[in-house]
Design a binder for this molecule. Structure first.
Ligand SMILES: Cc1ncc(COP(=O)(O)O)c(C=O)c1O
Length: 427
Protein backbone atom coordinates (compact mmCIF):
# COMPACT_ATOMS: atom_id res chain seq x y z
CA UNK A 1 0.00 0.00 0.00
CA UNK A 2 1.24 3.45 -0.83
CA UNK A 3 0.53 6.89 0.58
CA UNK A 4 1.85 9.12 3.26
CA UNK A 5 1.51 8.23 6.87
CA UNK A 6 3.35 9.19 9.95
CA UNK A 7 4.77 5.90 11.10
CA UNK A 8 5.82 7.35 14.45
CA UNK A 9 2.15 7.70 15.41
CA UNK A 10 1.11 4.21 14.53
CA UNK A 11 0.59 1.50 17.10
CA UNK A 12 2.64 -1.71 16.87
CA UNK A 13 -0.37 -3.86 15.95
CA UNK A 14 -0.90 -1.70 12.88
CA UNK A 15 2.52 -2.17 11.37
CA UNK A 16 2.65 -5.85 12.33
CA UNK A 17 -0.76 -6.71 10.90
CA UNK A 18 -1.29 -4.50 7.88
CA UNK A 19 0.86 -6.64 5.63
CA UNK A 20 -1.39 -9.61 6.31
CA UNK A 21 -4.89 -8.20 5.98
CA UNK A 22 -6.67 -8.17 2.60
CA UNK A 23 -8.92 -5.12 2.70
CA UNK A 24 -12.39 -4.75 1.11
CA UNK A 25 -12.87 -2.97 -2.21
CA UNK A 26 -9.20 -2.00 -2.30
CA UNK A 27 -6.46 -2.23 -4.87
CA UNK A 28 -3.97 -3.26 -2.24
CA UNK A 29 -0.98 -1.97 -4.19
CA UNK A 30 -2.13 1.60 -4.70
CA UNK A 31 -4.79 2.27 -2.05
CA UNK A 32 -3.94 4.64 0.76
CA UNK A 33 -3.46 2.80 4.00
CA UNK A 34 -6.52 2.68 6.24
CA UNK A 35 -6.81 4.97 9.25
CA UNK A 36 -5.91 3.21 12.48
CA UNK A 37 -8.90 3.47 14.83
CA UNK A 38 -8.49 3.32 18.58
CA UNK A 39 -12.12 3.58 19.68
CA UNK A 40 -15.53 5.03 18.88
CA UNK A 41 -18.28 6.88 20.72
CA UNK A 42 -21.54 8.43 19.55
CA UNK A 43 -20.85 9.78 16.06
CA UNK A 44 -17.12 9.94 16.61
CA UNK A 45 -14.21 7.81 15.45
CA UNK A 46 -11.06 8.26 17.54
CA UNK A 47 -7.88 7.50 15.64
CA UNK A 48 -4.80 5.92 17.12
CA UNK A 49 -2.88 9.17 16.57
CA UNK A 50 -5.41 11.01 18.77
CA UNK A 51 -7.43 12.71 16.01
CA UNK A 52 -11.20 12.48 16.32
CA UNK A 53 -13.35 12.31 13.18
CA UNK A 54 -17.08 12.98 12.89
CA UNK A 55 -18.54 9.96 11.16
CA UNK A 56 -20.79 10.71 8.18
CA UNK A 57 -21.33 7.12 7.05
CA UNK A 58 -22.22 5.28 10.29
CA UNK A 59 -20.02 2.34 9.30
CA UNK A 60 -21.81 1.42 6.10
CA UNK A 61 -25.18 2.55 7.52
CA UNK A 62 -25.22 0.27 10.52
CA UNK A 63 -24.73 2.37 13.67
CA UNK A 64 -28.14 4.04 13.70
CA UNK A 65 -27.96 4.83 17.44
CA UNK A 66 -24.32 5.96 17.30
CA UNK A 67 -21.37 3.86 18.40
CA UNK A 68 -21.18 2.16 21.80
CA UNK A 69 -24.77 2.79 22.83
CA UNK A 70 -24.86 1.76 26.50
CA UNK A 71 -28.21 -0.02 26.20
CA UNK A 72 -26.93 -2.31 23.44
CA UNK A 73 -23.58 -2.78 25.15
CA UNK A 74 -25.26 -3.83 28.40
CA UNK A 75 -27.57 -6.26 26.59
CA UNK A 76 -24.65 -7.90 24.80
CA UNK A 77 -22.58 -8.08 27.98
CA UNK A 78 -25.45 -9.70 29.89
CA UNK A 79 -25.96 -12.22 27.08
CA UNK A 80 -22.22 -12.92 26.88
CA UNK A 81 -22.17 -13.87 30.56
CA UNK A 82 -25.17 -16.15 30.09
CA UNK A 83 -24.60 -17.79 26.70
CA UNK A 84 -22.77 -16.36 23.70
CA UNK A 85 -24.06 -18.88 21.21
CA UNK A 86 -25.81 -22.16 20.65
CA UNK A 87 -26.67 -23.67 17.33
CA UNK A 88 -30.30 -23.36 16.27
CA UNK A 89 -30.31 -26.89 14.90
CA UNK A 90 -32.43 -28.69 17.49
CA UNK A 91 -32.01 -25.87 20.03
CA UNK A 92 -33.68 -22.52 20.53
CA UNK A 93 -33.11 -19.57 22.84
CA UNK A 94 -34.90 -16.52 24.16
CA UNK A 95 -33.09 -13.87 22.15
CA UNK A 96 -33.74 -15.42 18.73
CA UNK A 97 -37.36 -16.23 19.48
CA UNK A 98 -38.03 -12.81 20.96
CA UNK A 99 -36.42 -11.12 18.00
CA UNK A 100 -38.44 -13.18 15.52
CA UNK A 101 -41.68 -12.35 17.34
CA UNK A 102 -40.85 -8.65 17.49
CA UNK A 103 -39.85 -8.38 13.84
CA UNK A 104 -43.06 -10.13 12.83
CA UNK A 105 -45.00 -7.58 14.87
CA UNK A 106 -43.11 -4.60 13.49
CA UNK A 107 -43.31 -5.56 9.85
CA UNK A 108 -46.48 -4.83 7.88
CA UNK A 109 -49.04 -7.41 6.75
CA UNK A 110 -48.35 -11.07 7.34
CA UNK A 111 -44.57 -10.86 7.02
CA UNK A 112 -44.27 -13.16 9.99
CA UNK A 113 -41.72 -15.93 9.47
CA UNK A 114 -38.13 -14.92 10.22
CA UNK A 115 -35.01 -16.75 9.02
CA UNK A 116 -31.80 -15.48 10.63
CA UNK A 117 -28.34 -15.32 9.06
CA UNK A 118 -25.18 -13.27 9.51
CA UNK A 119 -24.91 -10.93 6.57
CA UNK A 120 -27.01 -8.99 4.13
CA UNK A 121 -25.76 -10.91 1.12
CA UNK A 122 -26.68 -14.21 2.71
CA UNK A 123 -30.11 -12.89 3.68
CA UNK A 124 -30.70 -12.05 0.00
CA UNK A 125 -29.40 -15.44 -1.12
CA UNK A 126 -31.89 -17.03 1.26
CA UNK A 127 -34.72 -14.86 -0.08
CA UNK A 128 -33.86 -15.99 -3.61
CA UNK A 129 -33.74 -19.63 -2.58
CA UNK A 130 -37.08 -19.26 -0.81
CA UNK A 131 -38.63 -17.73 -3.92
CA UNK A 132 -37.32 -20.42 -6.27
CA UNK A 133 -38.27 -23.27 -3.97
CA UNK A 134 -41.70 -21.72 -3.39
CA UNK A 135 -42.46 -22.64 -7.00
CA UNK A 136 -40.74 -26.03 -6.88
CA UNK A 137 -42.71 -27.00 -3.77
CA UNK A 138 -45.93 -25.98 -5.49
CA UNK A 139 -45.09 -28.26 -8.39
CA UNK A 140 -44.47 -25.45 -10.88
CA UNK A 141 -41.44 -26.05 -13.07
CA UNK A 142 -39.00 -23.61 -14.62
CA UNK A 143 -39.43 -20.53 -12.44
CA UNK A 144 -35.80 -19.94 -11.55
CA UNK A 145 -35.00 -16.41 -12.67
CA UNK A 146 -35.48 -12.95 -11.21
CA UNK A 147 -36.18 -9.49 -12.50
CA UNK A 148 -33.83 -6.98 -10.90
CA UNK A 149 -32.90 -3.39 -11.70
CA UNK A 150 -30.00 -1.42 -13.04
CA UNK A 151 -28.43 0.63 -10.28
CA UNK A 152 -29.32 -2.08 -7.78
CA UNK A 153 -27.00 -3.70 -5.26
CA UNK A 154 -27.84 -6.78 -3.21
CA UNK A 155 -24.46 -8.03 -2.05
CA UNK A 156 -21.13 -9.48 -3.09
CA UNK A 157 -21.83 -13.21 -3.01
CA UNK A 158 -22.26 -14.66 -6.47
CA UNK A 159 -26.02 -15.21 -6.24
CA UNK A 160 -26.55 -11.60 -5.21
CA UNK A 161 -24.07 -10.18 -7.73
CA UNK A 162 -26.16 -11.76 -10.44
CA UNK A 163 -29.16 -9.60 -9.48
CA UNK A 164 -27.09 -6.43 -9.00
CA UNK A 165 -26.19 -3.81 -11.55
CA UNK A 166 -23.80 -5.39 -14.07
CA UNK A 167 -21.42 -2.48 -13.27
CA UNK A 168 -20.03 -1.71 -16.67
CA UNK A 169 -18.66 -5.17 -17.23
CA UNK A 170 -17.36 -5.89 -13.73
CA UNK A 171 -19.66 -8.90 -13.52
CA UNK A 172 -18.48 -10.14 -16.92
CA UNK A 173 -15.27 -11.49 -15.45
CA UNK A 174 -17.31 -13.89 -13.33
CA UNK A 175 -19.45 -14.93 -16.23
CA UNK A 176 -19.27 -18.68 -15.56
CA UNK A 177 -20.11 -18.19 -11.90
CA UNK A 178 -23.14 -15.95 -12.23
CA UNK A 179 -26.57 -17.23 -13.21
CA UNK A 180 -28.48 -15.13 -15.73
CA UNK A 181 -31.35 -12.95 -14.63
CA UNK A 182 -33.12 -9.96 -16.16
CA UNK A 183 -31.53 -6.75 -14.90
CA UNK A 184 -33.61 -3.95 -16.43
CA UNK A 185 -34.44 -0.25 -16.01
CA UNK A 186 -36.81 0.60 -13.18
CA UNK A 187 -40.32 1.12 -14.53
CA UNK A 188 -40.32 4.85 -13.77
CA UNK A 189 -41.68 6.41 -16.93
CA UNK A 190 -43.84 5.36 -19.83
CA UNK A 191 -41.07 3.81 -21.91
CA UNK A 192 -39.45 1.83 -19.07
CA UNK A 193 -42.86 0.76 -17.75
CA UNK A 194 -43.77 -0.54 -21.22
CA UNK A 195 -40.45 -2.40 -21.53
CA UNK A 196 -40.98 -3.90 -18.07
CA UNK A 197 -44.53 -5.00 -18.93
CA UNK A 198 -43.26 -6.53 -22.16
CA UNK A 199 -40.54 -8.44 -20.29
CA UNK A 200 -43.06 -9.93 -17.87
CA UNK A 201 -45.41 -10.79 -20.68
CA UNK A 202 -42.66 -12.74 -22.45
CA UNK A 203 -40.80 -14.32 -19.54
CA UNK A 204 -43.21 -14.64 -16.60
CA UNK A 205 -43.22 -18.43 -16.85
CA UNK A 206 -39.48 -18.51 -16.17
CA UNK A 207 -39.58 -16.01 -13.31
CA UNK A 208 -39.61 -16.72 -9.60
CA UNK A 209 -39.82 -13.11 -8.53
CA UNK A 210 -38.82 -9.47 -8.63
CA UNK A 211 -36.15 -8.04 -6.33
CA UNK A 212 -35.63 -4.37 -5.52
CA UNK A 213 -34.22 -2.02 -2.91
CA UNK A 214 -37.34 0.01 -2.19
CA UNK A 215 -37.18 3.84 -2.53
CA UNK A 216 -33.37 4.09 -2.50
CA UNK A 217 -30.85 2.06 -4.48
CA UNK A 218 -27.90 2.49 -2.13
CA UNK A 219 -24.50 1.11 -3.01
CA UNK A 220 -25.36 1.25 -6.73
CA UNK A 221 -25.35 5.04 -6.66
CA UNK A 222 -27.77 6.37 -4.01
CA UNK A 223 -30.54 6.71 -6.59
CA UNK A 224 -34.06 7.52 -5.44
CA UNK A 225 -37.36 6.46 -6.93
CA UNK A 226 -40.98 7.13 -6.04
CA UNK A 227 -43.36 4.96 -4.07
CA UNK A 228 -45.40 4.68 -7.28
CA UNK A 229 -42.67 2.42 -8.73
CA UNK A 230 -43.13 0.00 -5.84
CA UNK A 231 -46.89 0.05 -6.23
CA UNK A 232 -46.42 -0.73 -9.92
CA UNK A 233 -44.15 -3.66 -9.03
CA UNK A 234 -46.68 -5.00 -6.54
CA UNK A 235 -49.41 -4.83 -9.17
CA UNK A 236 -47.19 -6.55 -11.76
CA UNK A 237 -46.15 -9.24 -9.27
CA UNK A 238 -49.79 -9.89 -8.44
CA UNK A 239 -50.77 -10.01 -12.08
CA UNK A 240 -48.07 -12.52 -13.03
CA UNK A 241 -48.07 -14.28 -9.65
CA UNK A 242 -44.41 -13.43 -8.97
CA UNK A 243 -42.93 -13.10 -5.53
CA UNK A 244 -41.92 -9.54 -4.69
CA UNK A 245 -38.73 -9.24 -2.63
CA UNK A 246 -37.84 -5.96 -0.96
CA UNK A 247 -34.21 -5.75 0.05
CA UNK A 248 -34.40 -3.30 2.98
CA UNK A 249 -30.90 -3.99 4.20
CA UNK A 250 -30.03 -0.34 3.61
CA UNK A 251 -33.45 1.31 3.83
CA UNK A 252 -34.78 -0.49 6.91
CA UNK A 253 -34.84 0.95 10.44
CA UNK A 254 -35.67 4.56 9.75
CA UNK A 255 -33.05 5.41 7.13
CA UNK A 256 -35.56 6.73 4.57
CA UNK A 257 -37.81 8.38 7.16
CA UNK A 258 -40.27 5.59 7.97
CA UNK A 259 -39.32 2.49 9.92
CA UNK A 260 -39.32 0.47 6.69
CA UNK A 261 -39.41 1.93 3.19
CA UNK A 262 -42.26 -0.40 2.22
CA UNK A 263 -44.50 1.43 4.71
CA UNK A 264 -44.08 4.72 2.88
CA UNK A 265 -45.26 3.02 -0.29
CA UNK A 266 -48.11 1.14 1.38
CA UNK A 267 -46.78 -2.03 -0.23
CA UNK A 268 -46.27 -5.37 1.52
CA UNK A 269 -43.61 -7.46 -0.23
CA UNK A 270 -43.73 -11.25 -0.11
CA UNK A 271 -40.22 -11.46 1.33
CA UNK A 272 -38.17 -8.74 3.00
CA UNK A 273 -34.48 -8.75 3.87
CA UNK A 274 -33.02 -6.81 6.80
CA UNK A 275 -29.51 -6.40 8.20
CA UNK A 276 -27.07 -3.52 8.83
CA UNK A 277 -28.95 -1.39 11.41
CA UNK A 278 -30.72 -4.49 12.77
CA UNK A 279 -28.17 -4.74 15.60
CA UNK A 280 -27.46 -1.02 15.73
CA UNK A 281 -24.14 -1.76 14.08
CA UNK A 282 -22.88 -3.89 16.95
CA UNK A 283 -22.76 -7.45 15.61
CA UNK A 284 -23.39 -9.11 12.26
CA UNK A 285 -26.97 -10.31 11.83
CA UNK A 286 -29.50 -10.46 9.04
CA UNK A 287 -33.09 -11.58 8.64
CA UNK A 288 -35.11 -12.86 5.71
CA UNK A 289 -38.77 -12.53 6.56
CA UNK A 290 -41.48 -14.29 4.58
CA UNK A 291 -45.22 -13.81 4.32
CA UNK A 292 -47.48 -16.59 5.38
CA UNK A 293 -48.19 -17.78 1.84
CA UNK A 294 -44.45 -18.25 1.20
CA UNK A 295 -43.95 -20.20 4.41
CA UNK A 296 -47.07 -22.26 3.69
CA UNK A 297 -45.47 -23.56 0.48
CA UNK A 298 -42.75 -25.17 2.65
CA UNK A 299 -45.18 -26.59 5.24
CA UNK A 300 -45.48 -30.22 4.23
CA UNK A 301 -44.96 -33.84 5.20
CA UNK A 302 -42.33 -34.08 2.49
CA UNK A 303 -38.78 -33.53 3.82
CA UNK A 304 -37.78 -32.30 0.38
CA UNK A 305 -40.10 -29.33 0.84
CA UNK A 306 -37.98 -28.00 3.71
CA UNK A 307 -35.77 -24.94 3.28
CA UNK A 308 -32.33 -26.51 3.29
CA UNK A 309 -30.34 -23.61 4.64
CA UNK A 310 -28.62 -23.29 7.99
CA UNK A 311 -25.70 -20.94 8.52
CA UNK A 312 -23.55 -22.07 11.46
CA UNK A 313 -24.17 -18.86 13.36
CA UNK A 314 -27.85 -18.53 12.50
CA UNK A 315 -29.61 -16.79 15.37
CA UNK A 316 -26.38 -16.09 17.24
CA UNK A 317 -27.47 -15.13 20.75
CA UNK A 318 -25.15 -12.13 21.12
CA UNK A 319 -26.26 -10.66 17.80
CA UNK A 320 -29.94 -11.28 18.62
CA UNK A 321 -29.48 -9.64 22.03
CA UNK A 322 -27.98 -6.61 20.29
CA UNK A 323 -30.90 -6.55 17.84
CA UNK A 324 -33.48 -6.77 20.61
CA UNK A 325 -31.75 -3.92 22.42
CA UNK A 326 -31.68 -1.91 19.20
CA UNK A 327 -35.43 -2.45 18.76
CA UNK A 328 -35.92 -1.25 22.36
CA UNK A 329 -34.20 1.99 21.39
CA UNK A 330 -36.47 2.46 18.39
CA UNK A 331 -39.41 1.98 20.76
CA UNK A 332 -38.12 4.29 23.47
CA UNK A 333 -36.35 7.03 21.60
CA UNK A 334 -37.60 9.31 18.82
CA UNK A 335 -35.57 7.86 15.95
CA UNK A 336 -38.05 8.70 13.20
CA UNK A 337 -38.36 12.30 14.39
CA UNK A 338 -34.55 12.41 14.40
CA UNK A 339 -34.46 11.07 10.83
CA UNK A 340 -36.85 13.80 9.74
CA UNK A 341 -34.79 16.51 11.51
CA UNK A 342 -31.69 15.12 9.76
CA UNK A 343 -33.49 15.31 6.41
CA UNK A 344 -34.24 19.01 6.98
CA UNK A 345 -30.66 19.69 8.11
CA UNK A 346 -29.19 17.82 5.12
CA UNK A 347 -31.40 19.78 2.76
CA UNK A 348 -30.29 23.06 4.35
CA UNK A 349 -26.64 22.11 4.73
CA UNK A 350 -26.09 20.61 1.27
CA UNK A 351 -28.11 23.13 -0.74
CA UNK A 352 -25.09 25.46 -1.25
CA UNK A 353 -23.68 22.64 -3.42
CA UNK A 354 -26.47 23.25 -5.94
CA UNK A 355 -25.02 25.29 -8.75
CA UNK A 356 -21.37 24.47 -7.99
CA UNK A 357 -19.59 23.75 -11.27
CA UNK A 358 -18.85 20.06 -10.66
CA UNK A 359 -22.21 19.21 -9.08
CA UNK A 360 -24.80 17.31 -11.12
CA UNK A 361 -27.41 16.79 -8.45
CA UNK A 362 -28.12 17.26 -4.77
CA UNK A 363 -30.78 15.03 -3.23
CA UNK A 364 -32.04 14.11 0.20
CA UNK A 365 -34.35 11.36 1.36
CA UNK A 366 -34.75 10.74 5.08
CA UNK A 367 -31.33 10.53 6.69
CA UNK A 368 -29.56 10.17 3.34
CA UNK A 369 -27.91 13.17 1.71
CA UNK A 370 -26.29 12.91 -1.70
CA UNK A 371 -24.14 15.24 -3.76
CA UNK A 372 -23.61 13.73 -7.17
CA UNK A 373 -20.63 15.10 -9.10
CA UNK A 374 -19.94 14.93 -12.83
CA UNK A 375 -17.10 12.54 -12.00
CA UNK A 376 -14.49 11.89 -9.32
CA UNK A 377 -10.99 11.44 -10.70
CA UNK A 378 -9.09 10.82 -7.49
CA UNK A 379 -11.38 9.02 -5.06
CA UNK A 380 -8.66 8.38 -2.50
CA UNK A 381 -7.49 11.99 -2.67
CA UNK A 382 -11.04 13.23 -2.11
CA UNK A 383 -11.50 10.91 0.84
CA UNK A 384 -8.25 12.21 2.33
CA UNK A 385 -9.41 15.82 1.98
CA UNK A 386 -12.43 15.02 4.12
CA UNK A 387 -10.22 13.51 6.80
CA UNK A 388 -8.17 16.70 6.77
CA UNK A 389 -11.45 18.50 7.57
CA UNK A 390 -11.98 16.26 10.60
CA UNK A 391 -14.76 14.16 9.06
CA UNK A 392 -15.09 10.60 7.81
CA UNK A 393 -16.93 10.67 4.50
CA UNK A 394 -16.33 8.01 1.90
CA UNK A 395 -17.34 8.95 -1.64
CA UNK A 396 -17.73 6.24 -4.27
CA UNK A 397 -18.34 6.36 -8.01
CA UNK A 398 -19.32 9.98 -8.60
CA UNK A 399 -21.20 10.23 -5.31
CA UNK A 400 -20.43 12.09 -2.09
CA UNK A 401 -22.99 11.09 0.50
CA UNK A 402 -23.96 11.21 4.15
CA UNK A 403 -25.81 8.51 6.08
CA UNK A 404 -25.06 9.54 9.65
CA UNK A 405 -26.26 7.93 12.86
CA UNK A 406 -29.87 8.96 13.51
CA UNK A 407 -28.65 10.30 16.85
CA UNK A 408 -26.05 12.68 15.43
CA UNK A 409 -26.03 16.16 16.95
CA UNK A 410 -27.05 19.22 14.94
CA UNK A 411 -23.54 20.65 15.27
CA UNK A 412 -21.80 17.50 14.05
CA UNK A 413 -24.17 17.26 11.11
CA UNK A 414 -23.54 20.90 10.25
CA UNK A 415 -19.79 20.19 10.32
CA UNK A 416 -20.30 17.26 7.93
CA UNK A 417 -22.38 19.21 5.42
CA UNK A 418 -20.04 22.21 5.75
CA UNK A 419 -17.06 20.00 4.94
CA UNK A 420 -18.81 18.68 1.83
CA UNK A 421 -19.65 22.19 0.62
CA UNK A 422 -16.08 23.35 1.19
CA UNK A 423 -14.35 20.35 -0.39
CA UNK A 424 -16.72 20.14 -3.38
CA UNK A 425 -16.49 23.91 -4.01
CA UNK A 426 -12.70 23.58 -4.22
CA UNK A 427 -12.79 20.84 -6.87
C1 LIG B 1 -29.39 -3.21 -0.14
C2 LIG B 1 -28.26 -4.11 0.26
N1 LIG B 1 -28.41 -5.43 0.15
C3 LIG B 1 -27.44 -6.29 0.50
C4 LIG B 1 -26.24 -5.83 1.00
C5 LIG B 1 -25.17 -6.80 1.38
O1 LIG B 1 -25.00 -6.81 2.75
P1 LIG B 1 -23.65 -7.43 3.38
O2 LIG B 1 -22.57 -6.48 3.03
O3 LIG B 1 -23.95 -7.48 4.85
O4 LIG B 1 -23.48 -8.77 2.80
C6 LIG B 1 -26.05 -4.45 1.13
C7 LIG B 1 -24.77 -3.94 1.61
O5 LIG B 1 -24.41 -2.81 1.39
C8 LIG B 1 -27.08 -3.58 0.75
O6 LIG B 1 -26.95 -2.25 0.84
Amino acid sequence: MSGKRDEEDEPDWYEAGLGHLWLPYAQMKTARPPLAVERTHGSRIVLADGRELIDGIASWWTTCHGYNHPHIRNAVERQLARMPHVMLGGLAHEQALTLARRLATWLPGDLERVFLSESGSVAVEIAMKMAVQYWVNRGVRGRQQFVAFTGGYHGDTTGTMAVGDPQAGLNARFHGLLPEHHVVALPQDEASAAAFAHLLERHADALAGIIIEPLVQGAGGMRFHDAAVLQRLRAAADRYELLLIFDEIFTGFGRTGTLFACEAAGVVPDIITLSKALTGGTLPLAATVARRKVFDAFWSDDPLHALMHGPTYTGNALACAAANASLDLFEREPRLAQASAIAAALERGLSPCRGLPRVKDVRVRGAIGVVELDRIDDLDGLRARFVEQGVFIRPFGSIVYLTPALTISEEDLATLTGAIVQVVAAL
